[in-house]
Design a protein around this ligand. Structure first.
Ligand code: ZN
Length: 534
């Protein structure tokens, strides 16, 4: 057999958690065909010398928001440069499909403004299958699997008001969800802090979870709260898991606000108890002590009702503003822990709300209310108030995997501007350098959480290990040079030490440079990926 690619001389850390072994990796037809010792005269079209380096599976990012950025910039640079070869989009309920026949598409687009960094991207789809076709048509540089976002599903059928669906509307939602899963979505995500999902009741969540369970797909939860009410929020997700048997993922498990530090260990105890009861529940996290979300997430749910325009209009009502200020008075997170990282007004980007207030000679609540009234869901924040001990607890738990919660960004394009959270550039190099060097995780266990561990949560079985028969998604890392160079102050920096990234057998990063290869596949659940792009 003539090989397309032979990676020689490296230490293979195969993604199962096993220790590294010295081996060559042979690739033909986009698939790993052998792992072992090859003679130097082996007949290969291309040879990569990995002597002194680690060869591991490409990273499977279980938690991303690249739903629209990949349509703007399919090279997926900020992800691929880290070694990500598969991205799971549609998290936190924030998808872009399906859109019901009667959907207010403009309203949905405004509500998911967090994803929408390039206004020139046309929304050409209605069904989930059409959306996946649109992604495939861009020929992305990395593989893409998609969760259905609860937000477009709910808002497209029920709208933006504080009410649950009628029986007829619930039928329409479950039928759209079933169609999306039949079209290849790998699951459903909800985000109960994002209006109008803040208004989702138990009956709706149970009905949707039953459809997901019937497809043996994944139900991923951005919980209803990650601060003072994080434990009730975990119990809510576990209750739906118990009621329906759905495979459940608690996304980016953390506890926000100093007075809630330590809650992550309690949450993990609840999850372990559920697992002991036979439920398939796991968690994911990114290795940072700050998150990124729309600033509107700070508003009480009632203040977000009605959609983006209604929310902004409400902030002109003195009575509503007084109630919001009252709610904020008891908040677990301080304005000095919240930095504006994206907004249509570049003058406010990069500063804490406290700093902006001092500069304007006013109070932080007033600044936040002004930003929300002017920009609505188009202003986002980096929010701290997290504990290193909580992060360590979740990273070391056997049921945790890694998800960046970032986006594939293009530093030279519309998606790469401003001050993104550095996780979009540095999650994997950071985990595999800093959190291995400090003894939090061994390298093989850290790699497992980034590869097979994450792939199996998404139901992807033919990727995630360096084994004959698996798709040839491979990363070559110079561990001695591996470094995350993206910081909160200067986030748009590719890492060092990710020397080669192979996607479906195609060299996509070579000597740390993107080759322009666009060999990614759209991975549709229920179909064995045979390499088709559609
Ligand atoms: Zn989220």
């Amino acid at each position: 057999m003539t090989l397309d690619l032979l990676i020689t001389g490296g230490t293979v850390v195969d993604g199962t958690g096993a220790d590294g072994v010295r081996a060559d990796v042979a690739v033909a037809g986009g698939v790993i065909v052998a792992v072992g010792q090859y003679p130097v005269e082996a007949d290969a079209a291309r040879i990569v010398d990995a002597t002194g380096k680690v060869v591991c599976p490409g990273f499977v990012d279980l938690h991303t928001h690249s739903d629209l950025t990949l349509l703007s910039a399919p090279e997926g640079r900020s992800a691929v440069h880290q070694g990500v070869t598969t991205t799971v989009i549609g998290n936190c309920g924030l998808g872009v499909a399906p859109l019901a026949a009667g959907a207010d598409v403009g309203g949905v687009r405004a509500a998911v403004g967090y994803l929408d960094l390039d206004p020139s991207v046309d929304w050409t789809w209605r069904s989930y299958g059409d959306y996946l076709d649109a992604v495939a048509a861009t020929r992305p540089s990395l593989n893409v699997a998609g969760l259905v976002g609860h937000l477009p599903l709910h808002a497209g059928v029920v709208g933006f008001d504080d009410r649950g669906p009628t029986p007829h509307e619930l039928d329409e939602m479950t039928s759209l969800l079933a169609d999306a899963l039949d079209a290849g979505a790998v699951g459903l995500s909800t985000g109960l802090m994002y209006a109008p999902l803040t208004f989702a009741r138990r009956a709706e969540l149970v009905a949707l979870a039953e459809v997901v369970a019937a497809h043996d797909a994944l139900f991923a939860w951005h919980l209803r709260d990650y601060a003072d009410e994080v434990l009730p929020a975990v119990r809510e997700a576990l209750d739906i898991a118990a009621a329906t048997g759905v495979r459940t993922q608690l996304s980016h498990l953390t506890a926000v606000g100093r007075r809630n530090w330590g809650s992550v260990a309690t949450a993990l105890d609840l999850i372990e108890a559920a697992r002991d009861d036979g439920l398939d529940v796991a968690v994911d996290m990114y290795p940072y002590l700050a998150g990124n979300a729309p600033l509107a997430q700070r508003l009480p749910a009632w203040a977000q009702a009605g959609g983006d325009a209604a929310m902004r209009a409400r902030l002109a009502d003195p009575g509503a503003v007084a109630r919001i200020r009252e709610a904020w008075a008891g908040d677990a997170l301080g304005w000095d822990e919240i930095t504006v990282n994206s907004a249509p007004d570049a003058a406010v980007v990069g500063y804490t709300v406290t700093k902006l207030a001092a500069d304007r000679g006013t109070d932080p609540d007033t600044v936040a209310l002004d930003l929300l009234a002017r920009f609505g869901n188009a202003v986002s924040m980096v929010a701290g108030g997290r504990d290193a001990g909580d992060l360590r607890a979740v990273l070391t738990h056997p049921a945790s995997v890694i998800g960046s919660d970032g986006q594939a960004l293009d530093v030279d394009g519309p998606t790469g501007q401003g001050m993104p959270h550095p996780r979009s550039y540095g999650t994997y190099p950071r985990l595999l350098s800093e959190h291995v060097a400090d003894g939090t995780l061994t390298l093989p266990e850290a790699i497992r959480k980034c590869t097979s561990g994450a792939a199996r949560r998404a139901g992807i079985t033919d990727r995630g290990t360096i084994t004959a028969g698996q798709a040839a998604d491979i990363v070559v890392i110079d561990v001695g040079r591996l470094a995350d160079r993206a910081t909160f102050a200067d986030p748009r920096q590719y890492p060092a030490g990710v020397d080669a990234v192979i996607v479906n057998g195609e060299p996509t990063i070579v000597y740390g440079q993107h080759t322009g290869a666009r060999a990614g596949h759209v991975l549709r659940a229920g179909t064995k990926d045979k390499g088709q792009r559609s």
